[in-house]
Design a protein around this ligand. Structure first.
Ligand code: NAD
Length: 257
């Protein structure tokens, strides 16, 4: 299905007939990614702990195909139920883009173990649970694309964000290891965005001091969710067949690993 001469892969609908699961699809990078994949012809399963009906409806209004499903990526039962539904409805999965995530800003000595556990549970355990079930399903067809969303913080440390930073280092580790374990059938990469203008960077999630410091990068601006989505769609598509095990920066120059 992903062969170089794939007859379904044309310039306008390179992802036609692909089934794509996008987690975190209620808003931000996940929602933009769901829209981008649908625009390229993929049938999108938009999943989130929040309601994704609006994402699915917007895609339908624009002529695409999407369904809305609920999932808590940190919960095994919830992830199992999600994949049961995908298998029942579609019988296959071609693309996973794992965007669900949370951030936590706190000095270490004020960080409760519950805070640390929650960040690891959503960001790292979530990537593990969803990725494992996706690979199980993809293995049956002998092909697939997995794109985990890590962060530019997968490459360096940052004071007062150590739980989040640790989770994103872990996500990059999963992508690199799975890329080796499941080559050549399944290509696995991690996107490593720099600061992107979503609720994650908003008040309540990040201090204004850090929001300002985030702009201290060569391009001096926040990225838009659509700029991350465009790279996710590229990595899922027919032109990205020689890319696996990479952490791919879309980051305004914030890090140059
Ligand atoms: N915004 C940035 O600057 C930035 C930078 C680098 C990486 N990222 C990563 O990109 C991804 C998307 O972030 P965003 O900026 O769009 O943030 P966002 O807060 O706008 O969106 C995150 C989405 O994940 C969902 N979610 C949270 N917990 C969940 C759970 N347990 N199960 C299922 N869904 C859950 C939320 O409901 C939300 O829709 C995250 O993994 C984030 O760490 C973001």
């Amino acid at each position: 299905m992903m062969a170089r001469n794939d007859p379904h892969a044309n310039g306008h609908q390179p992802l036609a007939r692909r089934i794509a699961l996008i987690t975190g699809a209620a808003r931000g990078i996940g929602r933009a990614t769901a829209m981008a994949l649908a625009a390229q012809g993929a049938t999108v399963v938009a999943a989130d702990i929040a309601d994704t009906t609006n994402t699915a409806e917007t895609i339908a209004e624009q002529g695409g195909q999407a369904s809305a499903l609920a999932v808590d990526v940190s919960d095994t039962g919830s992830v199992d139920a999600l994949f049961h539904t995908i298998e029942e409805r579609h019988g296959r999965l071609d693309i996973l883009i794992q965007c669900a995530g949370i951030i936590h800003e706190k000095p270490l000595l004020e960080t409760a173990v519950e805070d640390f556990d929650r960040v690891i549970a959503v960001n790292l355990r979530g990537a593990f649970l969803v990725g494992r079930e996706a690979i199980r399903l993809m293995n049956r067809n002998g092909e697939g694309r997995i794109i985990l969303i890590a962060s530019d913080l997968a490459y360096f440390g940052r004071e007062t964000f150590s739980s989040y930073v640790a989770s994103k280092h872990g996500v990059l580790g999963l992508a690199r290891s799975w890329a080796i374990e499941f080559a050549p059938a399944i290509l696995v990469n991690a996107l490593c965005p720099g600061p992107v203008d979503t609720e994650m960077l908003g008040a309540g999630n990040m201090s204004s001091e850090w929001r300002e410091r985030e702009l201290d990068i060569p391009l001096h601006r926040f990225g838009e969710p659509e700029e991350i989505a465009a790279m996710a769609a590229f990595l899922a598509g027919p032109s990205a067949q020689f890319i696996t095990g990479q952490g791919i920066g879309v980051n305004g120059g914030s890090v140059m690993p």
